[in-house]
Design a protein around this ligand. Structure first.
Ligand SMILES: [Zn+2]
Length: 180
């Protein structure tokens, strides 16, 4: 979470010039300048929020807090090209999820094993019941993401847990899940 180093008040976003709303200021940069939510949302593909489990607690970290204003001013104009590059690297997929950790629940006689994978949506978004494709060591398997009652949509720029099941599936950190 960003430190409240200054009150947004009627300040303007130093990147796009929009007036900051009182509730904004999540994107505090290294020098303490605050960005508007519009710019933060745009930059998230380059600066995903990280959530790590540290001693049983979720610890959030935001790499944007270490970036300089000069850098993000340059980067904001290159976001769409950056996403196009990622898309091209991933076979033109409309959404990309990067697997960071995997938990597997063993299945039963009639129940296939279930996987909960934690990771980040780098771009695009996934809906529950979306047909997605798991890319693991050169293999592609179609999977169906389970409904999560708390989540309507897994959006880009942050950590999520996706659940799916399937017999004989192999999932490992570093695997990708894409929507085409
Ligand atoms: Zn802005």
């Amino acid at each position: 979470m960003a430190n409240k180093r200054s009150k947004p008040g009627r300040e303007l976003c130093p990147v796009c010039g929009r007036a900051l709303l009182p509730a904004e200021g999540v994107g505090a940069l290294a020098d303490g300048s605050l960005l508007c939510s519009h710019c933060v949302r745009k930059l998230r593909v380059m600066y995903p929020l990280r959530e790590d489990f540290v001693k049983g607690h979720i610890q959030r970290s935001d790499a944007l807090n270490q970036a300089t204003l000069e850098t993000v001013r340059e980067q904001i104009g290159t976001v769409s090209a950056y996403i196009d590059g990622l898309r091209a690297q991933n076979g033109g997929s409309n959404a990309l999820f990067l697997v960071e950790t995997v938990e597997a629940e063993r299945g039963g006689l009639l129940k296939p094993p279930c996987y909960s994978v934690r990771g980040r949506v780098l771009y695009g978004s996934f809906d529950p019941m979306d047909r997605a494709v798991l890319l693991h060591g050169g293999t592609e398997t179609e999977i169906e993401l389970e409904i999560d009652l708390d989540t309507q949509e897994w959006k880009s720029g942050r950590t999520w847990v996706l659940r799916f099941s399937g017999k004989g599936l192999e999932v490992a950190p570093g695997d990708r899940i894409v929507r085409r």
